[in-house]
Each structure stands twice: as structure tokens, then as C-alpha cells.
Design a protein around this ligand. Structure first.
Ligand code: FMN
Length: 207
């Protein structure tokens, strides 16, 4: 798993140009202006997990990731915050991020959008190079929500440690979509493993 994450990391280190519609960033290399390097490996590190969930599935993904991270690295600070409770100060205080959203109407959920709307500019240029992972829970697709969060993460100059993890519930009817969800063990195990790999990489100073 870690080897897969390391190779996923390589292209992200080049800090590609900002996508259309998002502001250009400063060069984050040491000595350049306006950007902080990733935190040093000796500093106390913490992982911030921000989620929204309407019928419980995305929360289960985020909680499984948190459990995996805490089991792998009990000394790491891991915070799980609902999107409506997360603020720019929480973003600035963490050294790595997981953003977890349902896909609603072909997009990230409204409360996740609100979180990014409130925190994007206050955190801009102050979190360059920090690690992130993305979780999406969808009925049958999830790719557009993943793309939206990838664009935001690129704008923030975060380092994606893996491809977005998308889990589909296969809910089809309005009744199924609105019902409380229980994800299966393999899906939750994927989230646990991602959390463990992210936490280990963070503590080892890889990220
Ligand atoms: C208003 C609404 C819109 C949705 N739109 C999509 C969609 O565009 N694509 C998709 O794959 N699933 C869609 N879904 C299904 C949810 O993504 C799915 O039920 C997911 O499990 C919700 O996660 P949650 O349990 O954390 O709320 C939608 C659900 C709702 C309530």
C-alpha cells in the first residue's frame, strides 16, 4: 500500500499550474515568497478529517479511515470534524488532510462546498505541499465530486497521496437513497488501509 502511495506522490511534487478558475500559486520551494514548506518531520503532526454525510455512509468511510490512522500511529493527532464545525484555523493547524463527501446532484455536498468556500482563501498559500486524501460516497458515480475536490486540493497545492477513494452504495430509488446506510466490510477496510498508510507516511516524515 505504501509503495503505491509513494508512486502516486511523485507527480504531485511538481506543483502543477492552477486549474482554470483557481488562482495561481507562488512557487513553494524554500526561499520563494509567500509559501511554507511541508512541516518538518520532527514537529508534532496531526491529521484533519473533514466530512459531511446525510445518510451515514460517508461518515462510516471517514470513521474507518480515522480508526486505521489511530491504530497505525497512536501518537498522531487525528481530528474528525463535521464540515459545518471545521474552520480555517483547523486547516492551518493540521499537517495533512482527508476530505470526505457524498456526491449529491453530481457535485460535492452543499456543506462540504460551504466548508471549502469559508476556508479556501484564509488557508491559501499557507498549507502548500501538505498531504491529502479524498473520500467520496456515491450512489452509482462519484467521479465529479472527486474531480471537484481534486481541483480544490490542487489550488491549495496539497500533495495527493492516492487516487480519490470512491465507494458506491448502489442505492437507486428515492427510498433507498434516503435510507440510512451501512457500508460493507471491504469498503471500510479500504478506508482503514488508506488511513493507516497516510498516518504512517506522516509520522515517518514522508509527507
Ligand atoms: C440529493 C441527492 C443527490 C444525489 N446525487 C447523486 C449523484 O449525482 N450521483 C451519485 O452517484 N449519487 C447521488 N446521490 C446518492 C448519494 O451519493 C449516496 O446515497 C451516498 O451514499 C450518500 O452518502 P451519505 O450516506 O454519507 O449521505 C444523491 C443523493 C441525494 C440525497
Amino acid at each position: 500500500m505504501l509503495r503505491k502511495l509513494h508512486s502516486a506522490l511523485e507527480p504531485a511534487l511538481h506543483f502543477p499550474p492552477a486549474p482554470p478558475g483557481l488562482p495561481a500559486m507562488h512557487d513553494p520551494t524554500p526561499g520563494s515568497s509567500g509559501a511554507l514548506p511541508p512541516s518538518s518531520s520532527s514537529a508534532v503532526r496531526s491529521l484533519l478529517v473533514v466530512y459531511h454525510s446525510q445518510t451515514g455512509a460517508t461518515l462510516q468511510m471517514a470513521q474507518a479511515l480515522v480508526d486505521g490512522a489511530r491504530d497505525a500511529e497512536p501518537g498522531l493527532g487525528v481530528r474528525l470534524l463535521h464540515a459545518s464545525a471545521a474552520h480555517a484555523g483547523d486547516v492551518l493547524a493540521a499537517q495533512a488532510y482527508v476530505f470526505a463527501t457524498p456526491e449529491n446532484l453530481g457535485a460535492i455536498s452543499g456543506l462540504m462546498k460551504d466548508f471549502f468556500d469559508r476556508t479556501y482563501y484564509p488557508a491559501l498559500d499557507q498549507i502548500n505541499g501538505r498531504a491529502c486524501a479524498l473520500l467520496v460516497c456515491a450512489g452509482s458515480d462519484g467521479h465529479n465530486a472527486a474531480r471537484q475536490m481534486q481541483r480544490i486540493a490542487t489550488g491549495w497545492r496539497l500533495k495527493p497521496v492516492a487516487e480519490p477513494l470512491i465507494v458506491c452504495t448502489h442505492a437507486q430509488t428515492p427510498e433507498q437513497i434516503l435510507a440510512p446506510k451501512q457500508l460493507d466490510a471491504p469498503a471500510l477496510q479500504q478506508c482503514r488501509e488508506l488511513g493507516a498508510a497516510l498516518a504512517t507516511g506522516l509520522v515517518m516524515g514522508i509527507y
